[in-house]
Design a protein around this ligand. Structure first.
Ligand SMILES: [Zn+2]
Ligand SMILES: [Zn+2]
Length: 258
């Protein structure tokens, strides 16, 4: 069975369709999914999805693209993370692709999440885009290796993957790894140790081939897993088993359901 380690099924397009999404997960041997917060305003909806379904978990955090979010402290995140279905802090990180100018607020907010993750004993979900150097630097400065986590929707170099893994982080591949022009990323997926690999959809975004351009959903993580297995020359079953074990090793608070 697979786990979709990162999705946004609380978004209205998907949340209104939960029975079909869950049926598709079952048909494709996708046993669990982690529904990831992008704002604190959305967090109740994320938690509601997780509370309603025993194979869906939640995270709490504010995505770096949401500049106009109200101020919050590490203590606020720690308090929200106390719920037993909340297994991670994020998604957080740095994004210098979508936003430019003075991004001190983004870096400060990233530090707040790392401090919260350590205090709440919940691993981090890190988003990094066009900002790898600062992301790794802040992870080091804040002692992120004390809690670990995942570099989600990974699109960086092998060198960046190695720097993150040295801090105890896992590397999660999305549908991007199935794209024909993703040669460098396919090479990263071949080379990193199997015990550091996770797979995700980031749905509703980034649908893998053969659904590229369509609305993504957790069941499609099977296509991501098939491509990573093919690249590594192992079976889908072996890749599923390893990535599921990795998920439950990293997210210690997540209770698997049969
Ligand atoms: Zn992201
Ligand atoms: Zn995401």
């Amino acid at each position: 069975m697979l786990v979709d380690s990162h999705c946004h099924i609380n978004f209205p397009d998907l949340a209104s369709n939960m029975p079909a999404l869950r049926a598709a997960m079952a048909e494709n041997a996708v046993g669990h999914a982690l529904c990831v917060s992008v704002t604190l305003k959305d967090f109740p909806a994320v938690l509601a999805v997780a509370e309603a379904h025993d194979n869906i978990f939640a995270s709490v955090g504010v995505h770096p693209d949401y500049e106009d979010e109200p101020f919050f402290t590490a203590d606020d995140l720690v308090r929200l993370a106390q719920h037993p279905k909340v297994i991670a802090i994020g998604e957080t990180g740095l994004d210098y692709f979508r936003l430019t100018g003075d991004l001190d607020w983004q870096r400060e907010r990233f530090r707040t999440h790392i401090r919260a993750a350590i205090a709440a004993d919940r691993p981090l979900i890190i988003h990094t885009r066009s900002a790898a150097e600062d992301t790794i630097r802040i992870m080091r400065e804040e002692g992120a290796e004390r809690i670990g986590g995942v570099m989600h929707c990974f699109t960086e170099s092998l060198e960046v993957a190695e720097q993150a893994m040295a801090l105890g982080f896992y590397i999660s591949f999305s549908g991007i790894v199935t794209f024909k022009n993703a040669g460098a990323l396919k090479e990263v997926a071949r080379q990193i140790p199997l015990d550091r690999v996770l797979v995700e959809t980031d749905s509703p975004y980034l649908a893998p081939i053969p659904f590229r351009g369509k609305t993504n959903q957790p069941a499609y993580v099977k296509h991501v897993a098939e491509e990573v297995a093919r690249l590594r020359g192992i079976s889908l079953e072996a890749l599923s088993e390893a990535t599921t074990r990795n998920f439950f090793t990293l997210f210690r608070q997540a209770r698997p359901c049969s």
